[in-house]
Design a protein around this ligand. Structure first.
Ligand code: GDP
Ligand code: MG
Length: 734
């Protein structure tokens, strides 16, 4: 036996060990986590290191200037497997960590939301030289919404301009959280970073010869240092006992901080972190391979196991429930559905019901192992499964084993809700978890998409429908007037990525047409009219006479204009007729007269309706629509254009160039403030119409040094000359 083992090459031994860990996947041994960060903070580099130290990759790749998400995607794709895979599993010290990818760019908010449904805790990476940045606040708020326990990793601490204390202050002030520092940085005379561990009172230093794979734990060099760090440890215990009664009791009964064991601190830290009372802060340098193993240890020690969260799904009992958080396309296997198991077991061949009603069968189940998929026959609660065979599920679906099981679960949930004192916020989240349709943000950006040849049209349509399942925030429609397929989405980048995915995954080299802005329209002034239409259709007389009014109002879309004179008449109308009128009238608001934009902030008031007997519903509906169209062209509409909120961080010397360019783009500059010693933060609102190609323009102006985040922030009226330009553009005249 011994001999036999001898002959197994080392690499296989490790694989065997790995497999053992993976098989023994009790729920308490699983950690489902995500990594969130402002772009460039070091998310990719940190992930890469974790996979390397866990033995998942055999070499370390480097990101050089991963400035844009497009770079990020193509670069990572080219490097293959790991980072871009949407889920990867690795063993670390007896636990199984499922790392789910959370895309960092605002164009993918929808995906971020979905993956946050699937994780139990997150690591938030900060750039140690920049502290809490714009996108850090966004992702932090998202994690708040999902009530996710988190760890903070202050990265880039090797850099001379890194400032750990300032990062901790930022966490306290800008994120209003309670950071607890588990480590402090120190540097040798040569500038080499190493770490003091506050709990164990050790000095941790990393060797570079083996790419940081091993590190030295040693006692502190001087008595002074010991005293200093001991004080920090006391502070930590003091701070923690304010949040954890068990620890507080120990401190009180022993009357001393020194007698508190490391285990006790760690247990208290785990409880306080899981209850989101504190956020442990660790530090290091992903690039210089420092501190990553300790971060992984902290994931095991302080972030919750699946069973410690998601109590809401207990209403499923032992029955299967799972949430689709992503759909990916695999070259060999086609569309794969990534499911987070929330309750029960998922077995190969099982029939599943998605929350929208269809039944489907799981033909195969795989485990996410980064560079390979391993087929398994079943997956347990708390874990992540990659399913093949599901054809209609979309990202965000809640899957269950039968309609009855879902109904029962909902009943049980309601019951427990009535007996509990949940906050409205809790219930909102519950509702979102149980939603039938995931909430999809409005598209703000449209462009046409064309196949390289007519013969590729069908393939393109198929590819688009697959992509849409993965990413419901992608809209695909067909413009009957121009005969073009039109894509809608969250921004220019979103569309670029769709284009590059069409090429890399489906081998279709599509052309994207110029940007089309989703203008909205609103009426200039109230208007009232009566329209009577009479027609004979197939021998039966159709007659409808309607009086409608349009007013500026955001509260309701359609209501009855009850005045003393007509209240009796309106009260006598059949509810069904009102429904028909409503439907017809509202349909006319879908396309305004100016550029075909949706008409908003406009209410339709029904004053009078006289419909002859035997008149068909479709006729009534068409008359209502016609009447509203008449009103719209009578009063005329103004355009409302989508506005984007931008935050740009750029070195001081580039600020004036960026501002000058922005003012040419009709931007409203809201704030320019210092960010660190060398940078400025520029906050502006700008019309989307002026931002076509902005990310590459910004790169040019700033020689690639500026960072930007952009998100939709509503619609605004335009002045009449801009409006004229927009109308001409929309009509294809400019
Ligand atoms: P992401 O956008 O958050 O994924 O960040 P990346 O991992 O792509 O890193 C952005 C840039 O910062 C890259 O050029 C990295 O090489 C660099 N970087 C990442 N971590 C560190 C670090 O610890 N120290 C230093 N000096 N640079 C780092
Ligand atoms: Mg990156």
């Amino acid at each position: 036996m011994q001999n036999a083992l001898h002959r197994v090459p080392f690499r296989h031994c490790r694989l065997m060990l790995c497999a053992q860990i993976l098989r023994r996947s009790y729920s308490s041994d699983i950690r489902n986590i995500g990594i969130l960060a402002h772009i460039d903070a070091g998310k990719t580099t940190t992930t890469e290191r974790m996979l390397y130290y866990a033995g998942k990759t055999r070499s370390l790749g480097e990101v050089h200037r991963g400035n844009t998400v497009t770079d990020y995607l193509t670069q990572e794709r080219e490097r293959g497997i790991t980072i871009c895979s949407s889920a990867v599993t690795f063993g670390w010290n007896g636990k199984r960590i499922n790392l789910l990818d959370t895309p960092g760019h605002i164009d993918f908010t929808m995906e971020v939301e979905q993956s946050l449904h699937a994780v139990d805790g997150v690591i938030v990476v900060l750039d140690g030289t920049a502290g809490v940045e714009a996108q850090t606040v966004t992702v932090w708020t998202q994690a708040d919404k999902h009530k996710l326990p988190r760890l903070v990793f202050v990265n880039k601490m090797d850099r001379p301009d890194a400032d750990f204390d300032r990062c901790v202050q930022d966490l306290r002030n800008k994120l209003e959280t309670t950071p607890v520092c588990l480590q402090y940085p120190t540097k040798s005379i040569e500038g080499q970073l190493s770490i003091y561990d506050v709990i164990t009172l050790e000095h941790l230093s990393w060797q570079q010869g083996d790419l940081g794979r091993s590190y030295k734990q040693s006692k502190l060099e001087t008595a002074e240092l010991s005293v200093e760090l001991q004080e920090k440890r006391n502070e930590l215990i003091d701070q923690l006992s304010g949040h954890d009664d068990e620890l507080a009791e120990v401190v009180i009964s022993t009357e001393s901080f020194d007698k508190v064991s490391n285990e006790l601190i760690m247990q208290a830290l785990r409880r306080a972190t899981c209850q989101q009372k504190v956020v442990p802060v660790l530090l290091g340098s992903a690039y210089k391979n420092i501190g990553i193993q300790r971060l992984m240890d902290a994931v095991n020690s302080y972030l919750p196991a699946p069973a410690e969260r998601n109590q809401i799904y207990e209403c499923f009992g032992n029955e299967f429930a799972g949430k689709v958080f992503k759909i990916v396309h695999d070259k060999q296997r086609g569309a794969l559905t990534l499911v987070r198991l929330l309750s029960g077991e998922l077995k190969r061949g099982m029939r599943l019901i998605c929350s929208r009603g269809q039944a489907e069968t799981v033909t195969k189940i795989y485990e996410p192992l980064a560079d390979e998929y391993r087929e398994v026959s079943a997956v347990q609660t708390g874990d992540v499964a990659i399913c093949a065979g599901l054809k209609t599920t979309v990202t965000g679906d809640l899957l269950s084993s039968s309609h009855a099981s879902l109904k029962n679960a909902q009943k049980r949930l309601l019951k427990s809700r009535n007996s509990n004192t949940n906050t409205a916020e809790d219930e909102d989240l519950d509702d979102e978890l149980f939603t039938i349709e995931p909430q999809i943000p409005d598209a703000v950006y449209f462009c046409s998409i064309e196949p390289p040849s007519i013969s590729a049209q069908t393939a393109m349509e198929h590819a688009l429908s697959q992509l849409r399942r993965e990413d419901p925030s992608l809209r695909v429609s067909y413009d009957a007037v121009t005969g073009q397929t039109v894509l809608g989405g969250m921004g220019e980048l979103h569309m670029d990525i769709i284009k590059s995915r069409m090429l890399s995954e489906y081998k279709i080299d599509v052309d994207l047409g110029p940007l089309q802005i989703a203008y909205k329209e609103t009426i200039e002034a109230p208007a009232l009219t009566t329209l009577s239409v009479e027609k004979e259709i197939a021998g039966s007389k159709q007659n409808a006479s309607l009086t409608l009014e349009l007013v500026n109002d955001q509260s309701e879309l359609f209501s009855l204009a009850k005045t003393p004179e007509n209240v009796q008449h309106l009260n006598a109308l059949r509810p069904r007729l009102i429904q028909v009128l409503r439907k017809g009238a509202l349909s006319a608001l879908e396309r305004g007269p100016r550029v075909g934009g949706q008409v908003v902030d406009t209410q339709i008031l029904l004053h009078n309706a006289t419909i002859a007997r035997g008149t068909a519903d479709s006729f009534v509906m068409a008359t209502a629509a016609q009447c509203v169209q008449k009103l719209l062209s009578m009063t005329g509409t103004r355009l409302l254009e989508p506005i984007m909120a931008l935050e740009i961080v750029a070195p001081n010397e580039h600020t004036s160039g960026i501002l000058a360019d922005l003012s040419r783009r009709r931007a409203l500059i809201k704030d320019v403030m210092p960010k660190g010693d060398r940078n400025k933060l520029i906050v502006v609102n700008a019309p989307l119409a002026e931002l076509s190609g902005y990310s590459s323009a910004l790169r040019t102006i700033s020689s690639g040094t500026a960072n930007m985040t952009m998100q939709p922030c509503g619609f605004a009226e335009m002045n009449s000359s801009d409006e004229l330009i927009a109308v001409r553009r929309a009509q294809g005249l400019e």
